[in-house]
Ligand binder design. Structure first.
Ligand SMILES: NC(=O)c1ccc[n+]([C@@H]2O[C@H](COP(=O)([O-])OP(=O)(O)OC[C@H]3O[C@@H](n4cnc5c(N)ncnc54)[C@H](OP(=O)(O)O)[C@@H]3O)[C@@H](O)[C@H]2O)c1
Length: 313
């Protein structure tokens, strides 16, 4: 099978398409023929070198990727939940390695949910990691209701565009930061107020929010705390830039959470119901063939992704 191998930490030139052995599923796992895979910033960071890189390079074949949508083509003897030819999607083997940048992927049934029929399998690989992050953060930490006012940073990107839609589904008022070029997109997602962070300091335009969903971190933590009500919560997502969020928030009489997505099947099933009813829709702005992986990585690295970028096999 074809797989995208990470040769060593570095630039996109370290990603190469190679022919390797197809993996064999255990009695408790399935083999998926990949249709699409979402590209996430964590894979860019791992390619360049972060806390995952050394471990991945030691774990041959060194293949990036956690998101997956595809078709079950083999199943272990003990697998009851899925049949051959089922289309499925999921976040695979997180936070260990999912190795989904490959033509065939082994996955545990606990990581998979059947793909709703209205979704395109060549795009749905872009959903699981970003949607699970937004759903879990806003449902369990943000506890959004129709009384909540939420500020979502980076609302036009992968996690953000799902976050806006989940927040609207929970009935919240949504204020969103993004560049001017995403204004129409945010409106189409249901955002109540868009702040162009390049033109204005958002903390001068936004006040009295109950929840901040922060996908940027760093000085956005301090600046966002100025917009929070006393007793409010800031949920900060990027692990590399969310240091100190708990203490900083506590000093202002608020709660701070450094959040990490969890591989919870029940949450993906709930997301799947929202996708099926089209209350939530994935926006896939760019689709690349797997042989164009370098272009896909370069595109997300620019830092202005709209919705999600996927590769297809
Ligand atoms: N801890 C976890 O479990 C977890 C899970 C998922 C993601 N993450 C992290 O969360 C972050 C976001 O992920 P993602 O997948 O949504 O990224 P993404 O798809 O690359 O989107 C990033 C978005 O940020 C916007 N942006 C850039 N600078 C901004 C600024 N200063 N203010 C507001 N918006 C800005 C960009 O567009 P415009 O500039 O055009 O608006 C773009 O839409 C990444 O760091 C990722 O690694 C962590």
């Amino acid at each position: 099978m074809k797989a995208i191998i990470l040769k060593k930490a570095g630039g996109v030139e370290e990603l190469s398409v190679e022919e390797i052995e197809k993996p064999i599923p255990s009695a408790k796992a399935v083999l998926i023929k990949t249709a699409s895979v979402g590209i996430n910033p964590i894979e860019i960071k791992t390619r360049k070198g972060n806390r995952f890189t050394e471990k991945l390079l030691a774990d041959k074949p060194s293949i990036l990727g956690w998101d997956l949508c595809g078709t079950v083509v083999e199943k272990g003897k003990e697998v009851k939940d899925f049949s051959l030819n089922d289309n499925v999607f999921g976040m695979i083997n997180f936070p260990d390695f999912g190795k989904t940048y490959a033509e065939y992927v082994v996955a545990k049934p606990e990581d998979l949910v059947k793909l709703p029929q209205n979704l395109n399998k060549n795009e749905a690989g872009g959903i699981p990691l970003a949607a699970l992050t937004a759903y879990q953060a806003l449902k369990y930490e943000g506890k959004l209701t129709e009384k909540s006012r939420v500020l979502i940073h980076a609302a036009g990107g992968g996690v953000g565009h799902f976050g806006v839609q989940f927040a609207k589904h929970f009935g919240a008022e949504v204020i969103a930061t993004a560049s001017a070029e995403k204004s129409e997109f945010l409106k189409s997602l249901g955002v109540d107020k868009h702040v162009d962070y390049k033109k204005t300091n958002f903390e001068e335009e936004v006040a009295n929010v109950d929840v901040v969903f922060d996908l940027i971190g760093g000085d956005y933590i301090d600046r966002s705390l100025k917009t929070l009500k006393k007793g409010g919560i800031i949920i900060c997502i990027p692990t590399a830039t969310n240091d100190g969020v708990e203490e900083k928030a506590a000093a202002k009489g608020c709660k701070g959470v450094a959040f990490k997505v969890k591989p919870t099947k029940k949450d993906l099933e709930e997301i799947s119901i929202l996708l099926k009813s089209e209350k939530v829709k994935p926006h896939i702005s760019e689709r690349y063939d797997f042989s164009e992986i370098k272009k896909a990585h370069q595109s997300i690295e620019k830092g202005n992704t709209k919705g999600k970028i996927v590769i297809t096999f």
